[in-house]
Design a protein around this ligand. Structure first.
Ligand SMILES: [Zn+2]
Length: 512
């Protein structure tokens, strides 16, 4: 697994784990409306999701789907909705093991953890495959689209709010990318589907229309708003569109598509209103979970997986945690020629298409800096230091940075770092803080790590000082290592030189 994907997995594992979320001082907020939609609980975000779901149900019905997979399915809400509204054989995968645990816990849905470009399923394993708000976050979008195509027997639906109409729009979007966990990095263009699915019936729609000025409060009003607002238009013809939905049919698209959309929208809304699906799952006896046969992602052999399992054919080890099978090989490096081989197999007689697909992946690649591992951090803007919104950062004439702020808690963020946390005992910082009126102040250093990718109060240390204009040298220790995990990696520092407005000269920052 590549380093970006591993970071993303750790971030998602934190995002979807209520205990961890609480440990970092927040409350778990489900990504999907797993508690049902009561009056007032309906947000514009859910409205757009529901528009996609109404079309999903419509497509499942029009294509007589018999089995369903949601790739990147988060808490399993969509797989559960599909199970209730159309097809019993419905399951979900996600990169995050905690997301899969929630899906199992909330809905008793069959889930497993997997990278989207290495799904442990046979060819044509599902009649319909759905992948929404996922592709833009992935490091391997081209391989992923080919993988989704491989496991989808009849229909593949790929939705992305970041989708663009043409190369000029894509170039602008790519220009604006900035490294963060779960960033929008792979901007997909409507034409990519024609490139990757030449023999499929490809329809690229835009989810169009206006949200109502006020959120409707009853299920009747909501489904009316949904049917009138969220049309599916040809994406490239459409005016304002909230995202792209590519619907790809292996054969011809069914004539009945869209004819019963009103009914599908109503069913989706009724489901959302009537089901607090969590309670429902908790009151139901477990068992009867649908997941088709699993294959070793390295060699393709069939896997009998319960607790820990070693592939009998190639020896790779898989694991199971809290009822979720984990098919992510963290230590396995990516094969460098993986995509090239796959493209050869996919398009053996079309070298130009192979080259165009490889170029598309190159265009979407995001170079991840290896992370600084020199203990004395370079104090220049070019090195990658950034600041919060209300602060300004500039370079001093001598070596160092000047951090100015008229607000509380001025802060600056280090460039990407890479240090084994166990090899550190803290940070030594040399600085002069000017313009303070208080006598007692403090430097606060936040440690961000691979396992805890947040600027988190509990993962910070405070060292007080008496206000003075002269240069100070302070040592700031590490927080309790039990918060992180044994093999954790330091990926960044946040330095707050004071808790009040100030003008701080940061003269050196050294990891010790
Ligand atoms: Zn194997």
């Amino acid at each position: 697994m590549d380093r970006y994907s591993l970071r993303t997995r750790k971030w998602l594992d934190l995002r979807f784990d209520p205990e961890l979320v609480e440990l970092v001082g927040h409350q778990y907020e489900p990504y999907q409306p797993v508690h049902g939609i009561g009056a007032g609980a309906w947000t514009p975000g859910f409205f757009m999701m529901a528009g996609r779901w109404a079309w999903l149900i419509e497509i499942l019905r029009a294509s007589n789907a018999t089995s369903f997979l949601d790739v990147g399915g988060a808490e399993g809400y969509v797989a559960q909705m599909v199970r209730k509204l159309h097809v019993e054989e419905s399951c979900s995968t996600d990169l995050s093991i905690s997301a899969c645990e929630r899906a199992h816990e909330f809905f008793a849905i069959g889930t497993l953890a997997s990278e989207a470009h290495r799904l442990p399923f046979e060819d044509d394993a599902f009649s319909v495959v759905y992948c929404a708000e996922v592709i833009e976050h992935l490091a391997h979008p081209v391989e992923t689209l080919l993988e989704l195509k491989r496991v989808a027997r009849d229909v593949l639906i790929v939705a992305s709010e970041e989708g663009v109409r043409d190369e000029a729009e894509r170039a602008r979007e790519l220009e604006e990318r900035a490294l963060s966990d779960h960033m929008d990095r792979s901007i997909i263009c409507a034409t990519d589907f024609e490139l990757l699915f030449p023999e499929w019936d490809t329809r690229v729609f835009g989810l169009c229309g206006q949200l109502p000025a006020e959120m409707p409060q009853s299920s009747k009003e909501l489904s009316e708003a949904l049917t009138s607002a969220l049309r599916l238009d040809d994406f490239r013809e459409a005016g304002e569109a909230t995202g792209m939905i590519a619907v790809l049919f292996r054969d011809r698209s069914p004539d009945s598509l869209g004819k019963s959309f009103e009914g599908s929208a109503r069913d989706v809304i009724n489901f959302a209103f009537e089901h607090s699906a969590v309670e429902e799952a908790q009151s139901r006896a477990p068992g009867g979970v649908f997941l088709p046969a699993r294959l070793c992602i390295k060699c393709g052999a069939k896997i009998e997986l319960l607790k820990s399992s070693t592939c009998a054919a190639c020896g790779v080890e898989y694991s199971e945690q809290l009822n979720v099978e984990d098919f992510v090989l963290q230590s396995e490096p990516e094969a460098e020629d993986g995509l090239a081989k796959r493209l050869q197999e996919e398009f053996p007689d079309a070298p130009e298409r192979v080259e165009a697909c490889a170029n598309l992946q190159k265009l979407l690649d995001y170079p991840l800096m290896p992370g600084l591992s020199t203990r004395s951090l370079p104090l220049t803007i070019e090195a990658g230091w950034t600041v919060g919104e209300t602060c300004q950062l500039s370079e001093l004439n001598e070596e160092g940075l000047l951090l100015e702020s008229e607000e509380h808690d001025p802060c600056m963020f280090s460039p990407e770092l890479y240090f084994e946390l166990a090899s550190l005992r803290g940070v030594r910082v040399r600085l002069a803080v000017r313009g303070l009126s208080e006598n007692d102040e403090a430097v606060q250093i936040f440690y961000r790590t691979l396992n805890r990718p947040l600027w988190w109060e509990r993962a910070s240390m405070v060292v007080p000082y008496r206000t003075t204009d002269s240069v100070m040298e302070l040592e700031v220790g590490l927080p309790d290592l039990a918060l992180f995990g044994e093999d954790d990696i330091l990926t960044g520092l946040r330095v707050d030189p004071s808790h009040h407005a100030s003008r701080s000269e940061i003269l050196s920052v050294e990891l010790i």
